[in-house]
Design a protein around this ligand. Structure first.
Ligand SMILES: C[S@@+](CC[C@H](N)C(=O)[O-])C[C@H]1O[C@@H](n2cnc3c(N)ncnc32)[C@H](O)[C@@H]1O
Length: 265
């Protein structure tokens, strides 16, 4: 099985990278031929893939507006992906201009692009680090420069945990991050699932990528919210999380669950 990058490797154009495949599916410009082939193979196996990634981005925007509207002024986004307008800090600052955002990704191509686009102000940072070493993320000086862990934080784990295998103990990873957050903090999470259709062939597209795809059930994804109170409507397919417009046609086929939880005091 392919191993995810440790956060220091060079850009590899010989294997699909999750960030670049996702960018391709979103209609972005930052990908190589190998990523386009993986994206096409994925869409052939899972025809809802493009709709699912768009729905995931829309959920992200709604969740940003919700947590900032609830008073949180710091966001830690792990698994940022390639810059995709509007980025988290742009949406957040439409609600409150003083929001600070620390972006974290283990893909050097994400950091390269984000260095140019996301960190033009002192209130954002982009950090090359790996979710699978969560304490290193929390302790990273460029995270600490932006995030004060004594004040509520919104932790975003959007479309990233399915790149962590069970053997890498995603429950432990999320628990370590949760324990670093004070009461009143939020967890915003989305995760790919095979609950709605058999997606083992789509999952296999990532066998040659820099990280494997690990689809999880509703119950398995729900366990990541241990220690958080899920706010209404709970863990649902992302188009149905507090939609601000009627969900697009065929939203019930979207293969991502999403939810927002609040850490109790
Ligand atoms: C599918 S993209 C999601 C982008 C964005 N969060 C969103 O939902 O629109 C997943 C991102 O997670 C990153 N990623 C995957 N495994 C990671 C890890 N172990 N540590 C840090 N980032 C990781 C990938 O490089 C990629 O940029």
């Amino acid at each position: 099985m392919a191993q995810a990058g440790a956060g220091t490797e060079e850009i590899d154009s010989s294997r699909p990278h999750p960030a670049r495949v996702y960018d391709y599916l979103l209609g972005g410009k930052d990908h190589f031929e190998v990523d386009r082939q993986a994206g096409e193979a994925l869409a052939a196996q899972a025809p809802e893939a493009r709709m699912s990634v768009q729905a995931n981005r829309s959920f992200l925007q709604r969740a940003v507006r919700h947590v900032v509207g609830s008073g949180v002024r710091q966001i830690l986004d792990i698994g940022t992906g390639l810059p995709t307008a509007p980025n988290i800090h742009e949406t957040a600052r439409e609600v409150a201009p003083d929001v600070r955002v620390a972006y974290v990704d283990n893909d050097p191509i994400v950091k390269k692009h984000a260095d140019a686009l996301l960190t033009s102000s002192g209130a954002t940072s982009i950090v090359l680090a790996d979710l699978r070493d969560p304490q290193a993320v929390v302790d990273h000086p460029d995270v600490r420069r932006i995030i004060d862990f004594a004040e509520p934080v919104a932790l975003f784990l959007m479309a990233i945990l399915h790149f962590v295998t069970d053997a890498e103990k995603p429950d432990r990873i999320v628990a370590t991050l949760r324990d670093a957050l004070p009461a009143g903090s939020f967890l915003v999470l989305s995760h790919a699932t095979g609950d709605l259709a058999d997606r083992r062939d789509a999952q296999a597209v990532y066998d040659n990528a820099t990280a494997s795809m690990n689809l999880r059930s509703h119950a398995e994804v729900g366990r990541f919210f241990d220690g958080f109170d899920l706010i209404e409507p709970g863990l649902v397919q992302v188009p149905f999380w507090r939609p601000d417009t009627p969900p697009p046609a065929r939203s019930e086929e979207v293969g991502f669950y999403g939810g927002v939880g609040r850490k109790a005091g």
